[in-house]
Design a protein around this ligand. Sequence first.
Ligand code: C2E
Ligand code: CA
Ligand code: CA
Ligand code: CA
Length: 279
Amino acid sequence: AKQAGRNNFRFYKAEMNELAMYRLRMESDLRNAIESQEFVLYYQPQMDLKSGRISGVEALLRWQHPRPGLVHPAEFIGVAEEIGLIVPIGAWVLEQACTQAAAWQRAGCPPLQMAINLSARQFAQKDLVSSIDAALRRSGLAASQLEIEITESLMMTDVEQAAATLNELKRLGVRLSVDDFGTGYSSLYYLKRFPIDKLKIDRSFVRDIGSDPDSEAIVGAIISLAHSLGLSVVAEGVERHEQLAYLARCGCDSMQGYLFSAPLESEAMERMLRGLPPS
Ligand code: C2E
Ligand code: CA
Ligand code: CA
Ligand code: CA
């Protein structure tokens, strides 16, 4: 057993080295990625359930790495967050998203909400509000058209600080939405305390519509809770008609998911905004 244990250890050590190498490599590649213009934004439309129109899009980051190709955020956001690179990356996302939304509007596309994801590190930056203000001014996008997605955990780490920042953002005129709603803190206290506009029901609840009555009950309850507090609700990860039908029955305001569209490159997104078929 001892022998096997040692071998095991050696095996793990080799694997750890590989992992450490991979990690180092990713860090140095990430440090180059902004300068080398390897990041791209994809856009996923949100459909308004009453009008059937696109009410907004969520900007989702992709890394066009020269070697493995398109890298999804799950693979690099965590590392970028740990080494602090998420701050300049997030600033790039903000700039790019505002510029794109303003450009679509100038090109005659119907006005829409542009949603971006904010990381905890970004949220803690002292100059967050002024940098958002500056990006809005540079792009010419109205503050009311920018939506900031924050998570429950991000708001709950320092409640006083979060409230101050969110109030400032609100004063600027941007919209605030709670991402992955229902998966974080169990306290609903912050819904009263913070100037939130919208809840995004997490995909894990939406996924089980049609198979799990508890998830259906939770989804229904989130929608009534949101509406009674004057908030709007978007459901994430809608993939099947059955889910859409249930959400519509509950009065959900909008939905986002593969059923309607996957995240698209900007050209494809623009065609969709113009009501053109995919090229
Ligand atoms: P999220 O904010 O919850 O974004 C939704 C994720 O669900 C996206 O994954 C999207 O592509 C995926 N998705 C959309 N519709 C469906 C569906 O119908 N079914 C399924 N199974 N998935 C669907 P993505 O783009 O890989 O992003 C993953 C996460 O990475 C995001 O989760 C967000 O937390 C983070 N992220 C993405 N872009 C940024 C960014 O610019 N900044 C920061 N800080 N985080 C980002
Ligand atoms: Ca999001
Ligand atoms: Ca989400
Ligand atoms: Ca998520």
